[in-house]
Design a protein around this ligand. Structure first.
Ligand code: NAD
Length: 480
């Protein structure tokens, strides 16, 4: 069994507790590695290493920092197949998805911010004949980056890359459920010759290692992606220290299907937005609102297409859905489907734990599931399930569609399907969510602001938003 040690000060270190816990492969339910059970003592070591590295790293010419990040991108790209296999083993997602999305996106994250930082500039404000203001944007210090299990390397690098590009040192805490590619990244950093202490990766549980990171007085900035409940805890623990905070949290996103949509495209995209990555993407459209006059047609076609999806061994190319990330999460999904039935929902397809034959017979799988007949305000339609489960709800008119969409505590994203330009603009402006797609889903431009409203998020990531977040601005006013 491989020991996933911490990466501190440029080398791999045992956790000070000496303890490890098992890391499982979701598609076989077998433990395949041991994760460092880190605590505040390991975080302290990482803080000391990062402090030592900070002055040199932050003062390095921007081009040099950019070169380091480009080099990381190149090494990740050269190991794409190995990393994709590792991600699939750790998370359960189909290998074709790790190959085409997760690892390529980790490469893009490093490349994007390695080049963005070369073009990052700050403002100047001339007060005519009186004075000149100019704004300096400087690195903040040690950034804590905490990431979830659904897109492990993809989301970890989405935070690390801009933080490092902006001149900060980083202590990263990947999810304890999927730590494997983060561990491989630490080996890549050593191979790339990244200066010691610039990036440190601490493994372990959220309530131990994560809490220690958030509470450490010498880590003034935290970027977190994960559940809303955890976001609240982090908010509470960091507020008295006035830490700079970015929170990317849960969602219960609406997918709005108007009768004037391009039907085939809406169906095809609906399949993806419901079940891609087993529905374990914060942006998945788990509530599908369908205009009444096409409700039956859309429902029947969606069920038909869903029944054609193969669930099973993530190494088999035909399998569109792989394994659910953990036994605990599988049970949570199953319990929500039970709740849906109790609340009066009718299961149109799926609804059960699935056991594929062969290599994955012990793995954790769930059938893609479509439910109808539930009111918008019931728990199934209000709470994030984060699995391959969607609920269909008919609507009467635009006003009702907007009201239904805005009826949860969340506000991360929405998809609108209509060929009517006026309707698209109007509905997009009225939905309370940070990311709106019209006639598409998950189409991402890394320059755009990314994040949620209400209980889905605080702050934005992406493009200049990330670089502004990871820098401190200072205005200098010079009187003529
Ligand atoms: P989680 O909140 O359980 O864990 C996320 C990370 O936080 C992990 O690294 C965990 O160890 C750490 N953590 C847990 N408790 C902590 C604490 N008290 N202090 C500090 N760190 C702590 O979330 P998860 O189950 O890993 O991920 C699923 C959630 O993430 C879903 O709600 C999903 O919607 C959300 N998500 C949001 C986005 C987005 O961009 N908005 C993207 C992906 C996932």
């Amino acid at each position: 069994m491989q020991y996933l040690k911490n990466y501190i000060g440029g080398s791999l270190r045992e956790p000070i507790s000496g303890n490890y816990f098992e890391n499982f492969c979701p598609s076989t339910a077998e433990a395949f590695s041991l994760v460092s059970d880190s605590d505040e003592r390991d975080v302290e070591l990482a803080v000391n290493a990062a402090k030592k590295a900070f002055s040199q790293w932050s003062e390095l010419p921007v081009q040099k920092r950019s070169d380091y990040l480009m080099n990381l991108a190149e090494i990740i790209e050269s190991k794409l197949e190995m990393l994709a296999q590792a991600e699939t083993r750790d998370n359960g997602k189909p290998l074709w998805l790790s190959r085409s999305v997760d690892i390529p996106r980790a490469v893009s994250n490093f490349r994007f911010f390695a080049t963005a930082i070369l073009h990052f500039s700050s403002e100047s404000h001339a007060m005519e004949h009186i004075a000149l203001n100019y704004t300096l944007r400087t690195p903040i210090g040690i950034a804590g980056c905490i990431s979830p299990w659904n897109l492990p390397l993809y989301l970890l690098t989405w935070k690390i890359a801009p933080a490092l590009a902006a001149g900060n040192c980083v202590i990263a805490k990947p999810s304890e459920i999927t730590p494997y590619t983060a561990f491989l990244l630490s080996e890549i950093c050593m191979e790339a010759g990244l200066p010691d202490g610039v990036l440190n990766i601490i493994h372990g549980y959220g309530h131990k290692a994560g809490t220690a990171l958030c509470k450490h007085p010498e880590i003034p900035i935290i970027s977190f992606t994960g559940g809303t409940h955890t976001g609240k805890i982090i908010s509470e623990s960091t507020a008295p220290m006035f830490k700079k905070l970015s929170l990317e949290m849960g969602g219960k996103n609406p997918n709005l299907i108007f009768s004037d949509c391009h039907f085939e495209k809406a169906i095809q995209s609906g399949i993806f937005s419901s079940f891609l990555n087993q529905g374990e993407i914060c942006l998945c459209g788990s509530r599908i609102f369908i205009e009444k006059n096409i409700y039956e047609r859309f429902r029947d076609e969606l069920v038909l297409k869903t029944n054609q999806l193969k669930t099973g061994d993530p190494l088999v190319a035909e399998c569109k859905l792989g394994a659910i990330v953990s036994k605990q999460h599988l049970d949570k999904i199953a319990s929500y489907v039970k709740l849906a039935v109790k609340e009066g929902g009718k299961i149109l397809t799926g609804g059960n734990i699935y056991k594929p034959a062969g290599r994955c017979e012990k793995g954790w799988f769930f059938e893609p599931t479509i439910i109808e007949g539930l009111p918008v305000e019931c728990r199934t339609n209000q709470e994030e399930i984060f699995g391959p489960v969607v609920s269909l709800i008919p609507f009467e008119n635009d006003e009702e569609a907007i009201r239904f969409s805005n009826s949860t505590e969340y506000g991360l994203s929405a998809s609108i399907w209509t060929e009517n330009l006026n309707r698209a603009h109007t509905v997009a402006s009225k939905i309370k969510a940070g990311i709106i797609w019209v006639n598409c889903w998950l189409l991402r431009d890394l320059r755009t602001p990314f994040g949620g409203m209400k209980s889905s998020g605080l702050g934005r990531e992406g493009g200049w938003e990330s670089l502004r977040f990871f820098t401190e601005s200072k205005n200098v006013c010079i009187k003529y």
